[in-house]
Ligand binder design. Structure first.
Ligand SMILES: [Zn+2]
Length: 114
């Protein structure tokens, strides 16, 4: 359950931004969660619903962008896209010694309020 600190930070960022904008209610939050971040969107959603109760972000819709991870094989130097931890073997040479170029991102991209 290592999503909880992450979900708390997301809520904290959202509430800060909404407060600055003097929003009455947060309606939609767009997030990018990389495939290799180890964060499960369903857990974030569940935790968010729980911890956002009694805040102006209660009931907000979470939208998750899940970009593919970019991996480079250290053996043949070719890059490839991965859906997650179970796809970290180079499709070209089947090498398992790879470098993660992207896929661990975790960002709040957009917040909508009224
Ligand atoms: Zn390779």
């Amino acid at each position: 359950m290592h999503e909880l600190p992450v979900t708390e930070s997301i809520l904290c960022i959202v509430l800060d931004e909404a407060k600055m904008a003097r929003a009455a209610r947060v309606t939609r939050i767009e997030l990018t969660i990389g495939r290799l971040s180890g964060i499960v969107p369903e857990c974030v959603q569940f935790q968010f619903d729980v911890i956002s109760q009694k805040t102006i972000a209660a009931g907000a819709t979470l939208v998750f962008n899940r970009p593919q991870a970019e991996i480079r094989c250290r053996h043949c130097r070719k890059s490839f896209l991965s859906e997650g931890f179970d796809q970290l073997i180079c499709p070209t040479c089947e090498g398992m010694h790879v470098e993660v170029l992207s896929g661990r991102e975790l960002t709040v991209d957009a917040i909508e309020w009224e």
